[in-house]
Design a protein around this ligand. Structure first.
Ligand code: C2E
Ligand code: MG
Ligand code: MG
Length: 687
């Protein structure tokens, strides 16, 4: 054991610290020796045999672990050569077999006798080294990525797994801040939390990150503050999400066809019904099935059958939008939810497009399947709030479609839904009626009150359904106007009115104008209206002055300026206009006088109740006013002799009503025209 050397710098202090103070000497013969000048506290050090330690010829302690020897010697050599401080980090292998790690430095000094003496300190860092080792072992083996950063976002530490989780190299991470590592929205959230010092409690978020055009990675990120540092823990949950996705796929899809199934629809419905209640919207539930299963059933290969189902689903979904949901709810049975409907009728166009999407056949494995589908519809909440009940109701509507009907739709008929059902069913039927020529013009004569001669004919639309039912225009004209079919309907009546009138004209039966009712909406599209009229006149060869148009007072008053303009244009083309249903609108005298009209028709409601004195006065005033404007007056709805007399006395010019004739089919009208003069002559005395 050596004497204590008090010339060693800070000797007193060193004695009490967990250092090993040493003096290394290289004498002029090149031999090294070590001296340990202090009896240092063994409690700290745990290395006792230093004072007996030997060295080899290059000055390296024999107990230095062989792998560190070279490094150890090199640091002494460098220090000696440059007379600079040697930095010594090494592991020693003690006779007990234990390894300990020392780190330290020593300053060389040349002695007068030529010796070189290093005075230095080694610190036993074994505990630290072990801790670090095990820490890094733990860090390497955990899957979570850890990043610690300061308030500026500078990354102070990160675990090795962070590189693989974020697909960045360690160098790349070193150059980044935590904010640039995270997706921008998450980064903003994090910065806000940091500013508000709100990370005392852990905050967890899940993000999906797409890097290098690879599959998205789902990360769960915990953020929190620990002492002066901020920590982000990154957990890669992609595997779980993918598994969940697989389970969800299996739970939500038909295993054979791959089309979404009932469970999926039920889930969507529960969410949608709540939403519908909040937003006061409706959900349409559509049951869609092929009109005939024959073609599908005839296929024995189940794979092809599954492909057909998938193709049907594809056709349907090609007509759907983001708020619509489709599922296969049975063999050859599909259900669609159309959500967010403000009006039940809003679903109509979608239904039409689904039906039309089957206009072309489906091809599977080069086999052609000419399938059409039909659709039953009901609405939630009005028809119920339970999905199976709603599907049953749309199925009931579907079952109402007759076997011989194809590509049809029906709406479930509950008391609540009746008006919607009627409207929608009516529209669809009306469309077919137009295609199938079920609409025709009937004619009613307009008679001069003084002479009894027919001075005009009114063409009135009639719908004879294939079931032999006659539907009055009051039921289908408003629907036709609503759904844009009024032009097609007017075209039919105009064509037939012009054709028949030209025929009767050329037969010499009558030379009077035929009047056709025009919807107010059509007056707003002047060019289209003129087009329809031109076509009808041209095809029938009827002179334009033998055509008259009737516009109701109420629709004329909706936009009087436009009405005046159109009436004038028609007159410029030799086509006269009459104001229909007078008394039901609110026309002012000044507006009325500015219309270039040729006739004024008093609404039949006044005529039918001419027994009331008030109405007599209204009719009288109307006639006086019309005459003042040089307008002949026609009274509609004259059913009896009494009213006829009243009107005659009031100075009415023309009458139209059951008293002379109900509206008749063209053929019946033709017969009536042939007999008219004779009949009127017979009636003459009584007129
Ligand atoms: P409107 O133009 O005022 O036609 C007169 C209506 O009175 C017709 O009803 C006719 O049948 C009915 N009528 C005639 N004489 C009598 C009578 O003595 N007593 C009673 N109670 N009624 C009588 P209709 O044919 O049911 O037509 C109703 C309305 O439908 C028409 O009223 C017209 O506004 C509209 N309409 C008919 N055909 C067409 C059309 O082709 N296009 C358009 N846009 N509307 C049409
Ligand atoms: Mg009319
Ligand atoms: Mg009328």
């Amino acid at each position: 054991m050596t004497e204590e050397r008090m010339d060693f710098p800070y000797a007193e202090l060193i004695k009490s610290l967990p250092f090993i103070a040493f003096v290394r000497t290289k004498n002029t013969q090149g031999q090294y020796s070590y001296d340990f000048p202090f009896h240092q506290d063994k409690e700290h050090l745990d290395i006792s045999p230093f004072d007996q330690m030997t060295t080899d010829e290059s000055g390296c302690l024999d107990i230095v672990e062989w792998s560190d020897k070279e490094k150890f010697i090199q640091s002494i050599r460098d220090s000696e050569q440059n007379m600079t401080m040697s930095k010594e980090n090494f592991c020693v292998l003690l006779p007990s077999g234990e390894r300990r790690w020392l780190t330290g430095s020593a300053l060389p000094e040349k002695q007068e006798n030529g010796d070189i003496v290093w005075k230095g300190l080694w610190l036993d860092i074994t505990e630290e080294k072990r801790k670090n080792y095990f820490n890094s072992l733990v860090l390497e083996s955990v899957h979570e990525g850890i990043a610690a950063f300061d308030s500026q976002g500078n990354i102070l530490f990160f675990s090795p797994s962070l590189t693989s989780i974020l697909s960045y190299t360690a160098e790349e991470i070193n150059k980044k801040t935590i904010f640039s590592l995270l997706p921008s929205d998450i980064s903003e959230t994090l910065q806000q939390y940091m500013l508000l010092s709100a990370l005392k409690d852990k905050i967890s978020i899940e993000v999906s990150i797409e890097r290098n055009e690879s599959r998205p990675v789902f990360l769960e990120i915990d953020m929190f503050q620990k002492d002066f540092f901020f920590i982000c823990l990154f957990r890669d949950v992609t595997r779980y999400r993918e598994k969940e996705e697989q389970f969800r796929y299996l739970a939500y899809h038909d295993v054979n066809t791959g089309v979404k199934n009932y469970t999926y629809l039920d889930d969507v419905f529960s969410k949608s019904i709540n939403q519908a209640k909040i937003s006061q919207t409706q959900i349409a539930v559509l049951s869609v099935t092929p009109d005939s299963m024959g073609q599908v059933d005839a296929v024995s290969d189940p794979v092809i059958r599954a492909h057909i189902m998938a193709s049907i689903a594809n056709r349907i979904s090609s007509c759907l939008s983001g708020q619509d949901y489709l599922a296969q709810t049975g063999y050859c049975h599909f259900t669609v939810l159309v959500t967010g409907l403000e009006f039940a009728l809003g679903v109509e166009k979608k239904v039409e497009s689904i039906l039309h999407s089957f206009d072309k056949p489906i091809y599977v494995n080069e086999l052609e399947f000419d399938l059409t589908v039909s659709i039953g519809i009901c609405f939630s909440p009005q028809d119920g709030e339970i999905l199976p009940d709603l599907i049953a109701k749309s199925d009931m509507a579907l079952n109402q479609i007759r076997c011989d009907e194809k590509s049809s739709m029906r709406v479930y008929n509950s008391d609540l839904a009746i008006s919607t059902a009627i409207s929608m069913n009516m529209r669809r039927d009306l469309k077919k009626a137009i295609e199938n020529n079920e609409i025709s013009a009937f004619f009613q004569p307009q008679v001069d009150i003084k002479t009894g001669h027919i001075v005009g004919l009114e063409a009135l639309a009639r719908w004879h359904t294939s079931d032999g039912i006659l539907i009055p225009p009051s039921e289908f004209i408003p629907e036709a106007e609503e759904c844009g079919m009024i032009d097609a309907l007017t075209e039919i009546i105009l064509d037939q009115a012009c054709k028949w009138n030209q025929k009767w004209h050329s037969m010499g039966l009558c030379r009077v104008p035929v009047s056709v009712n025009i919807s107010g909406r059509q007056f707003h599209n002047e060019s289209q209206l003129l087009c329809l009229i031109d076509k009808a006149l041209e095809e029938s060869d009827l002179p334009p002055y033998l055509l008259e148009l009737e516009l109701t007072e109420s629709s004329a008053m909706l936009d009087p300026d436009n009405a005046r303009k159109v009436i004038q244009t028609l007159l410029d083309n030799n086509i006269r206009c009459a104001l229909d249903d007078f008394g039901t609108g609110y026309s002012s005298l000044s507006v009325l006088s500015s219309f270039p009209l040729k006739k004024l028709k008093i609404d039949r409601s006044f005529v039918l109740s001419l027994n009331e004195k008030k109405n007599v006065e209204i009719v009288r005033a109307t006639i006086v006013m019309a005459h003042a404007l040089n307008l002949p007056v026609l009274a509609e709805g004259v059913e009896n002799r009494r009213n006829f007399e009243v009107l005659k006395n009031l100075g009415c010019d023309i009458i139209q009503g059951y008293l002379f004739s109900r509206p008749l089919s063209a053929e019946q009208m033709e017969l009536m025209l042939m007999r008219w003069d004779a009949d009127i002559a017979a009636m003459g005395e009584s007129l």
